[in-house]
Design a protein around this ligand. Sequence first.
Ligand code: ADP
Length: 230
Amino acid sequence: MFTKNMSSKIFRAVILGPPAAGKGTISRRILKKFNCDHVAPGDILRLHIEKNTRLGQQAKRYLQEGKLVPDDLVIKLVSSSINEIGNRSWLLDGFPRTEQQARILQHSDPVEFVINLKVSTQLIIDRAKNRWVHLPSGRAYNIGFNEPKIPFKDDLTGEDLIQREDDKPEVLEKRLDIYWKTMQPVLDFYKNLDIVYDFSGKSTDEIYPKIEKFLTERTICCSKAALNKG
Ligand code: ADP
């Protein structure tokens, strides 16, 4: 809670986490609570493709093939987004994905800390196995908790629920494997700088409050002038 004696400090952070670890939900909660900008190259690239810009034309085939966009393209994109933000906090999501990206960013716009979501592979696989979605609306249900009223049917429309292809254990295991192969060097790079903060837990509801506390401590500073007056 902010009081009149407190002012807010900006932060420059990266959020990292394996697929299906809840990174999207946690990022949304951070943005809602803290006055910060979200820089997600995947979203920006999709927008460029939709608008058919030059960048969009260059990036399109990589996204279609599920390959990483070349470093120089994506670095340019992120730098210009960060420049536009100016003197406000930012949270990078989906960048860096290579050590080279991390190095270049650290040189131009140093990251102050990395929020590293630590969720065990087994937990991710179990959670995804029990997740059923209503595709048209995106409503998701979980077997064991938050179950639909009628098994495998959407509560509102009564339509069938399905399992997303990328939630299936064999597909997810492959994605997790790729994640660790590509992201370990990035994590090691930040660990060497001693700026990685791990947050673990069994659910987003357990992890998020720890992140909120951490960010609150980082962003609230008591201004001396305000204290003297107060
Ligand atoms: P996903 O988590 O499914 O990869 P994203 O929205 O983060 O979703 O990324 C979508 C696509 O955008 C990636 O498959 C890749 O082609 C491209 N992309 C996103 N971030 C980067 C990055 N940091 N470096 C290179 N390519 C990226």
